[in-house]
Write a protein that binds this ligand. Sequence first.
Ligand code: HEC
Length: 316
Amino acid sequence: MIGQNDNINLEVKDKKKVILGFYGLFYVVIILIIVVVGYSYLGKLEAFSRGDLIPTVISADTTAKTNTDLPIVKGTTTAPVDLVKEVVSTPDKVSKGKTLFEANCVGCHGTEGKGDGVAGKTLNPPPRNFTALTGWTNGPAFSSMYKTLQEGITARGMASYNNLLPEERINLILYIRSLVPGYPAIDQKEISAVDAAYSLSKGFKLPNQIPVKMAEEKILEETKIMYSKIENVSDIIINEKNDKGAIIFKKLSFDVKRSVTALSFYAWNENEAAFVKFVSVNPVSKGFNASLGGITQEEWSIVYKYTVNLKNMFIK
Ligand code: HEC
């Protein structure tokens, strides 16, 4: 007999079924969603890693510029600088300073000197904002700025501009000082401080400077010349049939070119003992036979004289 209680029980059971069924479906749906989302995500992963992560802002390719190398500067002793005159600001000096600033500084310090140049974005500490006069490392006084430009604050990312002339550094400072009012006055004490530190009134020596590219070419050129000399000298030794020195050299060396290379790059020509020592220490690495087969004292003398002679003639 089915009573009311049973009915209620049945209803509860049905509800449980419905609820369980609902939850069952719910899990299935959740799992389906995970699978679908996961699948489409996996599909996109490759494109994602390849394309989407490349930032849209691409910084300028500075390597493409051809005119950014150092200029040739002939080493000179510069004329004495009359600081008292140089530090007086004129529109001409400020404009020269601005040109220098645009050529050398805007990358980090920004076109308006606010420390927001593209190249400076990654620097910590950031480049100095010249429109704010607090929190400087060396300071905004003339003597401090001169020191910064002369010596740099290299540990903090500010390079030295000691390749510029003193007048150019001063023009840069005059330009920066023109950006906002409030820079400390350039008084006699400031001028004396700079002169005492760098003796500008006496003139000073500016070292030679050549473009890096030219230095590279020079080194390559010199290396080429060196190697052609080594080839020549080796050929002379190899082709010499009569000279006793050459014959002994070939008895000593299993690889004449290597031996000549070693002899070209190291010092051994001070005297015969130095030569014998040079050949006998690690001989194989220098192209000489490990045994140095039975060379007599007299033969050492002959081969030494022969080799020194070659070195003096061809390899300086
Ligand atoms: C490679 C980036 C870079 C370039 C280029 C650069 N600077 Fe700086 N400069 C810095 C950084 C970074 C600082 C901050 C250093 C610090 O806070 O100590 C700085 C600081 C300075 C300061 C303030 C120093 C102080 O006392 O706090 C002066 C002045 C200065 N730079 C002048 C120049 C001038 C003039 C040029 C161009 C001739 C120039 N800088 C080019 C990165 C640069």
